[in-house]
Design a protein around this ligand. Structure first.
Ligand SMILES: Cc1ncc(COP(=O)(O)O)c(C=O)c1O
Length: 398
């Protein structure tokens, strides 16, 4: 009797999270951690073959490491890309990408609604190295791509944005970039490869702060870049010299974390949707930003390009900065911390943390005010989380 098998290519997302796409070979069920800086060769001839790329053997962990390759393959399987490069942080992934793809004299077209660290990198560090960045208001991004000049090398954007969860139509960005000859780069951290598939929609390069949902337990720092092998190769060449190498143990933790990504995201999505609905009915909250709410101005785009609406929820409480601080300090389950995407709920005030010191005009364009609180909704019981928020509102808003 012939046995029915699901081919490697047809494995569904939750299966890929646990097992990747490779059929396992006999040996340990969990790959041992290659916690080593260097690899030993039988002789000089074999070493030279590896150094010149004639064999695929590992030479030095700043170049390749089997534990890291294992995690990279799993992310490629989830993003649907040929290749993935893992680095020591999301910022290492972003900086290696732009240094690998752009050269002195090139310009980058960037949405202005991006993570604060990326904004500082683009504003302060890149121009010092001869790469200028043109920041564009989100609504004008696609027009700006269409009008781009020959010196524009790539475009960079996030959707949903941090922290106001505004959206960009990914397919339209991909199409406009392709016509204009730009390499399109997305930071897909907030959405995750469970909720959003930018490469399938035509985006060239997909970046994650793997510190967040991919790792999922707030116990590692990592970043990933996924795309076509040729482009990832260029980024890899830069990354090997820039040196933002991920430690093998972080790669191990990351690959382990991804095993539960699909189930975690289901719970993050449903918890955040529940809180968004409940908080929309509370008069002590001026605004709730969540792509899954029908009141979200871009809900139609969300429905079109997202399989789930994510675990991030941003609210604007009815009070000043002092009240906002009291609100965040009064919560017990939502821990007072930056970062996001872990199993535990976290709360932060963007103007005091990730977006500290950013120009007021830009903040306004991003829908960020002194009353804005960003909630990374964890996988705890949603009723406990609601109770925590309501108690804190009692303390902060009269
Ligand atoms: C959307 C986004 N991209 C990139 C980063 C940078 O990632 P990392 O802290 O892993 O360097 C962050 C960090 O918060 C982020 O929120």
């Amino acid at each position: 009797m012939e046995m029915y098998r699901i081919s490697e290519r047809d494995r569904r997302t939750a299966t890929r999270c646990v097992q990747g796409t490779k059929i396992p070979i006999a040996g340990p069920s969990v790959q041992p951690i290659a916690q080593t800086s260097t690899f030993v060769f039988e002789n000089q001839k074999e070493m030279l073959r590896a150094v010149t790329g004639k064999s695929e053997k590992n030479v030095y962990t700043r170049w390749t490491n089997p534990t890291t390759v294992n995690a990279q393959n799993k992310i490629s399987a989830l993003e649907g890309t040929d290749s993935t490069l893992l680095l020591s942080s999301g910022m290492a992934a972003i900086s290696s990408t732009v240094m690998g793809l752009a050269k002195k004299g090139d310009r980058i077209l960037s949405s202005d609604s991006i993570y604060g660290g990326t904004l500082h990198l683009f504003e302060d560090i890149l121009p010092r190295n001869g790469i200028e960045v043109d920041f564009v208001e989100q609504n004008q991004f696609i027009d700006a791509i269409e009008d781009s000049k020959s010196e524009h090398r790539l475009c960079f954007f996030e959707t949903p944005t941090n922290p106001a969860l505004r959206l960009m139509d990914i397919k339209s960005v991909a199409e406009a970039s392709r016509s204009a000859g730009l390499t399109s780069v997305i930071d897909n951290t907030f959405a995750t490869p469970i909720n959003q598939h930018p490469h399938q929609l035509g985006i060239d390069i997909v970046i994650h702060s793997a510190t967040k949902y991919l790792g999922g337990h707030s116990d590692l720092i990592a970043g990933s870049v996924s795309g076509l092998t040729q482009q990832i190769g260029k980024i890899d060449n830069a990354a090997r010299l820039l040196g933002g190498t991920i430690d093998p143990f972080a790669s191990f933790l990351l690959e382990r974390g991804i095993k539960t990504l699909a189930v975690r995201m289901e719970k993050h999505n449903s918890n955040a949707a529940f809180l968004a609905e409940e908080l929309s009915r509370d008069s002590r909250i001026r605004r709730v930003y969540y792509p899954g709410l029908t009141s979200h101005p871009q809900h139609d785009i969300a429905k079109k390009q997202m399989d789930g609406f994510g675990g991030m929820l941003t609210i604007e409480i009815d009070g000043d900065l002092k009240a906002t601080e009291i609100f965040v300090d009064s919560m017990e389950l939502f821990l007072n911390a930056v970062s996001l995407g872990g199993v535990e709920s976290l709360a932060s005030i963007p103007v005091l943390t990730t977006h500290y010191g950013i120009d007021e005009g830009i903040l306004r364009e991003m829908n960020v005010s002194n009353s804005t609180v960003r909630l990374s909704v964890g996988i705890e019981d949603p009723n406990d989380l609601l109770y925590d928020i309501k108690n804190a509102l009692d303390m902060a808003v009269q």
